[in-house]
Design a protein around this ligand. Sequence first.
Ligand SMILES: [Zn+2]
Length: 321
Amino acid sequence: MLKVAHHPIYTYSLPEKHRFPMAKYDLLPKYLLDQGICVQDNFFEPYKISEVAILRVHTADYYHRLLALDIDKKEIRKMGFPLRQELVERGHYIMGGTVQGCEYALQNGVALNIAGGTHHAYADHGEAFCLLNDQAVAARWLLNKFGAGVAKIPNHPESFRDQNDRVINKILIVDLDVHQGNGTAKIFENDDRVFTFSMHGAKNYPFKKEISDLDIGLDDGTQDAEYLEILKNTLPKLIKKVKPDFIFYLSGVDILATDKLGRLSCSIEGCAARDHFVLQTCKDQNIPVQISMGGGYSPDINLIIEAHANTYKMAQSVYFK
Ligand SMILES: [Zn+2]
């Protein structure tokens, strides 16, 4: 059964007219139920991630300042959210949802998180609505738990063998949010175990891009046909080359033409075709995939919800129908 992380804390109350569509974390699960894409049993409430797991990615200085809300105004402005204890707490459950999603993906092939995709968070600072990097933390968690070092030691408390006796030594991050995964690229800059692939609007934020293992910068106004052609010419070859044991997919829907913060011109159908292609490819190659939501800033929130819901629909149809 498809497993989807969702926690009431995901919906954080923002000042009215804040440009981040926080309501989507509340509306999306309701929509999935209404449309029959999910039933209640698909959802699970994630646990709170541990400090140990966070500190495999984030610096102790940054993390402890975040916990103490000891972040200066300039840094907070960069983050884009009013910083309160609840927001920091929320991040812990989102990361828990991504990590637990990895466990479900190992069992079922795929799992999703209603939030997450916080790819602009660096080891030592946050920016652009991202405080702590969920998929980066989950990637290190997987490597720590299933990496050759521990997984091969019989009865090691951290070792875990599923029925496939799985070892995870190589991870691929497929980041198709319209904005470059700058934080993620920087975090794994010198970590050969994680290959970062980001396909994004070349002229979109972040204006100073980091160097991912593979970056594809798309022209303004790129439409479905071209977008999908580039993706189809890239992803299967990349999987062949990298040979990942696990894939993270960041399925931002800010590639839509209607998006306020994106500069591409994809349709909602094109966005769904993208999700279908990524998931079918993962399934065909028998590589487990965890999906976090990422951005979506179309003025009509219903469009954001519909585009995100398509990712769930594709996961259901590719893996479970
Ligand atoms: Zn984005």
